[in-house]
Design a protein around this ligand. Sequence first.
Ligand code: ARG
Ligand code: GLU
Length: 717
Amino acid sequence: MKFLRLLLILFVFPTFAQQGGMWIPSLLKGMNETEMKNLGMKITAEDIYSVNKSSMKDAVPHFDGGCTAEVISPKGLILTNHHCGYDNVQSHSTVEHDYLTNGFWAYKMDEELPNKDLFVTFIIRIEDITTKVLEGVTNLPSEAEKQKKIQENITLLTKSLPKEAWQENLIKTFFDGNQYILFVTETFKDVRLVGAPPSSIGKFGSDTDNWVWPRHTGDFSLFRIYADKNNRPAEYSKDNVPYKPKHFFPISLNGVKENDFTMVMGYPGRTQEYLPSFAVEQIMNELNPARIEVRDATLKTQNAFMRKDPAIKIQYAAKNASIANAWKKWIGEAKGLKKSNAVGAKQKFEAALTEKINQAGKQAEYGHVLNEFKTNYANIREYALARDYYNEVVLRNCEILTFGYKLYQLEQVLASKGEQSFNDRKNNLIKGFHDTYKDFNAQVDEKVFEQLVQIYATKSPQQFLPTSLKGIDVAALTADVFKNSKLTTYTGLQELLNGDSKTVIEKMNQDKAYILVKTMAEAYDKNVAPKWNEMNLKNIALQRTYMKAIMELSPKSARIFPDANSTLRVTYGKVKGYKPNDAVYYEPFTTLDGVMEKYVPGDYEFDVPKKLIDLYNTKDFGSYTDKNGKVPVAFIATNHTTGGNSGSPALDAKGNLIGCNFDRVWEGTMSDIYYSPDICRNIMVDSRYILFIIDKFAGAKNLIEELKIVKNTTVKK
Ligand code: ARG
Ligand code: GLU
C-alpha cells in the first residue's frame, strides 16, 4: 500500500518535470508553492513575496537595468557579478590604480567610490491590472486601433495609479498581450563601489571558459546603496547614508548537495518559449547559422590581430568579448535545439493543442492560428534572413559600415527634422566618435570588411540586394574604400563633418564608404524592412491568440509561465550534474583545485594571482571549505535563467544565500526557446568562494563583519 502510494506520487508528480519556468513572485501560492515544497523548500510563498510584511523580493533589486543584485547586509551592501560591475570598476581605473587588473576593496565606508549613472531598482508592489489596461479595447474593429488604445491606457494608468512621490509605476505585458501587470518601484541612484576581485579571479577563464562548465570564475563584485536621511532614493550626496533594507539575505556556509533544492530570483531579459515549431526550425536552421557565419569571420580576423599585437588586443578586448558572447551562445543553442529535438517536441505539442481546440469546439477562434503561422513563417523567411545579414554586417560587426550608418541617419535627420537637429546630431557624433576611433584599427577592419561584404553579396537573399553589389569584385571595392574613404581615421571623419549641412552632405555623398552604406541601407529600407515589419506584426498578433489558446485549453495543472520581460521572477530546481555527450558526465561542483589545474602563468585568461596561490599552498581556507576540506568555487542546478539573471541570488531551501548566478552551460543555452531538464543548467559562484576571497584574499574583515553568516542552523555574527 505504502509502495503503491509512493509509486502514485512519483507518477503524478515526476519531480524532475517540476522544473523550468520563470514565475511571477506574487503568484507563487498554489501550484508553484506545492512544487517547491515537493522539491524540498522549507519556506513559504509569503516569505518570498508579501504585500504585508518584508519579504525576499525586498532584497532583490534590478542592477543598472540589465543585471540583478541582492542585499546582503543591514547597511545596504549588495552583491552582483564582476561582469555586471565591470564598467564601473573600469571607469575608476587608471594606469596607477588599475582596479580591473588588481581588484579594489574599500576597507572603510568613506573609501567607497560613487558611480555616475549607476542605479538599482526595487519592486515595492506587484498588481494585475489587465482589466484596466484592456478597458474599451475589445470592441474596437482593427488590430491597429486596439494597440493604440492599449498604449493610451498604459500611459494614463502609469500616471494615475496610486504611488508615493518618490516611486514609479511600471506597466508590463505578460503572455504576449494577454495579461498586464503593474510594478510599483523605487530607484536608488547613489550606488557606490565597495569591492571587486582582480580580473584573474572575477573573469578567470575569460572567453575560453565563457558559457562553459566546469567553471572556475569568481564572478562577483560588491556595491552599497546610499539613501537620504529618510531612507528614500536620492541623487548622490556625501551626506547620504547607507540604505536600511526591508530584507537582506543571510549567507550560508553549509553549501548544498546534489539533488538539493535551490531557487534563483532575478530579472531575466527575454525568452521565446512559446514559438511555434516553424519559428524554431527557422532560428535553428537558417537565422542562427547566418549570424554565426558573419561573426565567425569577424572573430577569426580580430583574434589573429589580437594575438600578434598587444595594443590591438586592448583596443578590441571589449568589442571582441561582446561579439563572442552571443556567437558562442547561438552555437550552443543550435546544438541544444537539435539534440533535444525541440522541433519534434513542439510539433507534438501543436498536434495535441489542435486536438483540444477541436474538442472544445473552438475552431472558429483558434483553428486558423497554426496554419497561418506556417504560411507566415514561410513567407517571412527570406526577409528575416536578409534582416539578420544586414544587422550583423552593416550594424554590428564591420566598424566602418556602422560608422557610415550613423552618417546615413544624420542625412535622414536633416531631411526629416531640419538644420538645427542636424547640427546637434552632427556635434554629438563628432564627440562620440572621438572615443570610438581610439579603439579602431583600420587594418583589422579592412580584413573584416572584405569578408563580410563578400558574405553579404553572395549569401544574403539576392533579390533584395542593390544591383551595384551583385557580382561585385569585393577585393577591389575593399582596396578602394580603405584607400579613399575619410572614415578610416578620426581626423578624416572630422574633415568630412566640417561645414554647413549642404557642404557636409555633399562631401559625404562622395565618400566611398558612405556611398556603399547608403546603397545598402536604401535597398534594405525599401526591399526588406516594410515587408518584414508587416509580417512580423502579423506574427505578434498570431502569437497573442496562440498564447491565449494555450492558456485557455491547458489543464489547470499545466506549467505555463510568461516569457521573460526584464521583470522580477522566481525559478527553482535542484543541484544537478549533467551528461553533455556520450560517455561524459559532469559533476555539479568545482573547487579551488580546478583553478590551479587551469592555471597558466602569465596567460591573459588563466593566470592566477600570487596571493591566491599562496593561500592554496598553505591551505589557509578559514571556514570556507566543503566537507572534503576543499574551497568550493562554482556549482550548477536546473534553475531556468537567461541574460539579465546575472548577479541573481541563488538560495537554499531556507532562503539563505548559497551563491550568485552568472552563466549557463553551453549545451543548454537553448533554454531561451526550449527548456530541457536534461541539459539546461545555470552556473553560480559558491557563496563560500565569495566570502573566502573577501576575507582571506582581500582581508576585508570590515565587510565580513557586516554580514549575517549561517553555519548549520546556528547564526554566527
Ligand atoms: N555568458 C555570460 C553572459 O551572458 C557572461 C558574459 C561575460 N563574460 C565574458 N567572458 N564575456 O552574460
Ligand atoms: N551572463 C548572463 C547575464 O549577463 C547570464 C547568463 C545567461 O544568459 O543565462 O545575464
